[in-house]
Each structure stands twice: as structure tokens, then as C-alpha cells.
Design a protein around this ligand. Structure first.
Ligand code: PGA
Length: 256
């Protein structure tokens, strides 16, 4: 089973609309020239339409960073899945910043994933353990809980992508080692195999995220179970994001 590598840039709460357009315009032709890797850019909500205009004739996909699960109503400040449908291809859900700062539970995240799939948005579903959970040997237990709460068969047919992001590696400059990330990601694939069988487990793309840079992407992407990366800080620099994507293509044996 060949899984197309995916590199997604999570711009988080950074860049004005003008800055987002400028960055997208700088990256676009260089990303577009890279064959064999799917790339996704996830700007803030207010920049989505403007960045969509920049990307419209390219193969680069657009993603949102979050959404609410209801279609419409009295939910001040929220964005619904049907507002994103038709603009975005992907939506990041369950990011550890959403879980930690905004109190999103596994139940809320599951409702969001369900609503995204219903609206033909592909979730980039983030899971990961905290430093304390890691140090007390609870990584597998935590990941099992987070993953199994959103492991409906239809999600996989709807194009769900999983991003394994150890919380202690996000924005810290301290990434997991490629070997540890591979071990954990193969455990995640094993869980999916156990629940839904080999076909779904072999097809689902699982990314690594947490302090990915052009210098360390090679180690991750060379692992058999790691299908790409969710990139935060380094996705705000055009050269770094393009280099990460180029490395991903090269390491998966695609010549550009
Ligand atoms: P980082 O963020 O690459 O800055 O560590 C990754 C993420 O939060 O998705």
C-alpha cells in the first residue's frame, strides 16, 4: 500500500491577512513544483478566503485550524463545518492547544470529527501525550483513549489523517527521536488494525508533529510508518516549509 506523503503547515494564531497572502504567494510556486507530496496550508480563519484565492489554480490544499460541530445557531465566535465546506479541504481537530487551553474533551473532538466528515472536510486529527504522561509510562494508554474515542470506520473512509504530536515536543525545539516516533506511530497503526483490520490500517496516513525542521524531517520521513509531518513554527518560513516538503519527497524516493 503506497500512502502519499503529506506535509501540513499549521500557521496557528499568526500573520495578518496581508502577511498570510504574501507567505502563500512566496511558497506556492515552489511547493507546486514538488511532485509526489501533498501539501496543506492552514492559515487563521480570517485569512482562509484570501489564501484560497492564491492557491486556487494550484494543487496545494487549504485547511482550517479548528471548527465547531454545530451547523448554525447561537454560538458566538464559532465557525461551523458548513461555513468551511467548499473553502477548505482539511481541518485540524483535537490539537493539544485546543485540548489544553480551550478544554476540548475527547467527546467534543469526536463530535467535531463527525461533523467535519459529514461536510466532506478531511480531519487532521491530533493526538499526543504530555511530558508527565510520557515520563510515567502512560503514553500508550493516553493515545489509546484519545484515538479510540474517535475511531469510527466512516472517519477513515472520509479521509481522516492522524497527527501524532507529543505535547512536550510542540514549539519546544525538542522533537521526539525518529525511532521513538516510529515506535509510537506503529503502535497507533496497530490499534487501528486491531479495530478495523489491515486494509484501513495500511491506508490511513499518520503524521509526526512537534518541532519539525528541515534539519530533522529526514529522520522522521525515512521511517516506514511515518507518512509526513504537521509543522508549526517552521511552516511560517517559506524556505523552511519548502525544504521540509522537498526532503519528504526525496526521502520517500520521489525525485524532483
Ligand atoms: P511546532 O508545532 O512545529 O511549532 O512544534 C507543531 C504543531 O503544533 O502542530
Amino acid at each position: 500500500m503506497t500512502r502519499i506523503p503529506l506535509i501540513a503547515g499549521n500557521w496557528k494564531m499568526n500573520l495578518t491577512v496581508e502577511e498570510s497572502v504574501r507567505l502563500a504567494k512566496t511558497m506556492m510556486p515552489r511547493l507546486e513544483a514538488i511532485k509526489g507530496v501533498e501539501t496543506v496550508i492552514c492559515p487563521s480563519f480570517v485569512s482562509l478566503k484570501a489564501v484560497q484565492d492564491v492557491l486556487k489554480d494550484s494543487s496545494i490544499k487549504l485547511g482550517a485550524q479548528n471548527m465547531f460541530y454545530e451547523e448554525a445557531g447561537a454560538f458566538t465566535g464559532e465557525i461551523s463545518p458548513n461555513m468551511l465546506a467548499g473553502i477548505c479541504d482539511y481541518v485540524i481537530l483535537g490539537h493539544s492547544e485546543r485540548r489544553r487551553i480551550f478544554g476540548e474533551t475527547v467527546e467534543i473532538i469526536d463530535l467535531k470529527i463527525k461533523a467535519a466528515i459529514k461536510n466532506l472536510l478531511k480531519p487532521i486529527f491530533c493526538i499526543g501525550e504530555t511530558l508527565e504522561e510520557n515520563e510515567t509510562g502512560r503514553t500508550e494508554e493516553v493515545l489509546t483513549h484519545q484515538l479510540m474515542a474517535s475511531c469510527d470506520r466512516v472517519y477513515f473512509f472520509g479521509g481522516l489523517v492522524i497527527a501524532y504530536e507529543p505535547v512536550w515536543a510542540i514549539g519546544t525545539g525538542k522533537s521526539a527521536t525518529p525511532e521513538k516516533a516510529e515506535k509510537t506511530i506503529s503502535f497507533i497503526r496497530h490499534l487501528i488494525h486491531h479495530r478495523h483490520g489491515g486494509e484501513i490500517a495500511d491506508a490511513v496516513r499518520i503524521l509526526y508533529g512537534g518541532s519539525v525542521t528541515p534539519d530533522n524531517i529526514t529522520g522522521f520521513i525515512a521511517q516506514p510508518n511515518i507518512d509526513g509531518a504537521l509543522v508549526g513554527g517552521a511552516s511560517l518560513k517559506a524556505d523552511d516549509f519548502v525544504d521540509i516538503t522537498l526532503e519528504a519527497a526525496a526521502d520517500k524516493g520521489i525525485s524532483n
